[in-house]
Design a protein around this ligand. Structure first.
Ligand code: SAH
Length: 235
């Protein structure tokens, strides 16, 4: 496992993008507002902090140039290496389920484009994120740096084992699907912590599960939705 760390520069918040992007039919902020209203609020996401984060993170900056015109559509998009950036609604749902709070420390498995990490980074103190495809980890770190997400740390490697040095975590988001819940991730969840993970067979429908750990360290799990994620790979 590679242990390269990509630390992002010291600035506190993501820059808002109000710029008019070539290839986008309208102003990016306007497209994001429509995305939030039509795809996310309309389907029941109510947490105002989550909605504000979805309004402010420029999704088009997290996708390859040839996908930018589609960045605010209601679907996942290819980001190379057979991987995808999740549908905006799914990012919002997973973020809301995690109940992010300002002081929280979060772990994400499956950095991909860095978009989910950037959204979460607006709502918590620090995000640690692990990506198994090294060029994607590098690209995501570059994007996060240029978007001034200074509280995200990207690492290339297999996230199955979590990130022991920074554990325990208030929040763990798994954005690739394992066929079982990785025990190391359960172990690295704080009492009171929340984990959101799609569990199920490769290339089929999986169950999005919300797992909580109580003060006594017992976990409880509930199924939230049917989803389709790329598989969690192992190294
Ligand atoms: N959260 C991402 C999208 C996730 S796509 C975003 O916002 O863009 C799932 C990602 O998980 C892929 O990039 C894939 O390479 C990565 N992945 C798969 N198995 C992994 C593992 N064991 N550890 C870390 N990352 C993994």
């Amino acid at each position: 496992m590679s242990l390269r760390h990509f630390t992002v520069l010291l600035v506190t918040q993501l820059a808002m993008s109000a710029a008019c992007m070539p290839g986008l039919a309208a102003d990016a902020a306007t497209l994001r507002e429509r995305m939030v209203q039509d795809q996310i609020e309309a389907r029941g996401v109510r947490d105002q902090r989550v909605l504000a984060a979805m309004r402010s993170v420029p999704r088009h900056r997290f996708v390859p140039q040839d996908q930018q015109a589609d960045a605010y559509l209601d679907k996942p998009l290819p980001i190379g290496y057979g991987q995808t950036i999740s549908q905006p609604y799914i990012v919002a749902v997973m973020t809301e389920l995690a109940r992010p709070a300002a002081g929280d420390r979060a772990l994400e498995i499956g950095t991909g484009s860095g978009y989910q990490a950037a959204v979460l980074a607006q709502l918590v103190d620090r995000v640690y994120t692990i990506e198994i495809v090294e060029p994607l980890a590098r690209q995501a770190a570059r994007t996060l740096q240029s978007e001034k997400a200074s509280n995200v740390v990207v690492r290339a490697g297999d996230g199955y084992g979590g990130w022991v040095e920074h554990a325990p975590f208030d929040i763990i988001l798994v954005t690739a699907a394992p066929d079982h819940i990785p025990q190391p991730l359960l172990d690295q969840l704080k009492p009171g912590g929340r984990m959101v993970v799609p569990v199920g067979p490769t290339h089929a429908v999986q169950q999005l599960r919300l797992i909580g750990k109580d003060a006594a360290g017992h976990t409880h799990s509930r199924q939230v939705a049917d989803v389709r994620f790329v598989p969690l790979q192992r190294k």
